[in-house]
Design a protein around this ligand. Structure first.
Ligand SMILES: [Fe+2]
Ligand SMILES: [Fe+2]
Length: 194
């Protein structure tokens, strides 16, 4: 079989879905490659800052690497703005969704809300509320999100900082995104894939 016969999913057979699963597994195996490519595209996203979004991301990841943070934190920072291109109104949620199967609940939560926590540094200049993050004050990860933004996000727009190049992180990306940590199928099944 090189293609299924059905034109409506309701008419697919077990054999066809098994065939599609095999192809999908191969496609998933290339995820690290696609993530790296999406990261490269951040080189030409939002303008006006002193550094590109790619450099911003590398800078945060490099700071986290030097601070000996866990790999999941380094990876989360590297990809925290991956949503800028396609989700300019909800970039935090998009990045969090990409990371979700690979990181802890805590890191997922931090990335999902990092946009609101970043507002602390600028929203009072743009008609918003710098303290918008207060709605999350009861979260067990509230302080972690504050620290994340303070150490690895708001301060990573420095053209003088010597970031590691993207190639330095590629082996980490390949290893980290090789397979989801939620590999028990029950958890993954909640999300569906078709
Ligand atoms: Fe962001
Ligand atoms: Fe950022």
């Amino acid at each position: 079989m090189d293609k299924v016969n059905f034109t409506s999913m309701e008419n697919g057979t077990a054999e066809e879905y098994s065939f599609l699963d095999t192809l999908e597994d191969q496609y998933k195996a290339d995820l690290p490659k696609r993530l790296i490519s999406a990261l490269r595209d951040l080189n030409s996203s939002l303008s006006g800052y002193q550094v590109s979004r790619l450099e911003h991301s590398l800078q945060g990841a490099t700071r986290a690497y030097h601070a000996k943070e866990d790999l999941e934190i380094i990876m989360a920072i590297l990809f925290h703005d991956i949503g800028d291109e396609l989700a300019p109104y909800s970039h935090s949620e998009m990045a969090a969704s990409v990371l979700r199967p690979f990181v802890s609940e805590k890191v997922y939560w931090i990335i999902k809300h990092h946009g609101v926590f970043q507002m602390y540094y600028y929203a009072h200049y743009t008609g918003g509320h710098k303290d918008a993050r207060e709605v999350f004050a009861d979260s067990p990860w509230y302080e972690d999100a504050i620290q994340f933004c303070h150490k690895y996000d708001q301060n990573c727009f420095d053209p003088e900082y010597e970031s590691k190049p993207l190639d330095f992180f590629v082996p980490m990306v390949n290893k980290f995104f090789a397979r989801p940590r939620m590999d028990d199928s029950e958890e993954l099944a909640r999300y569906g894939n078709r």
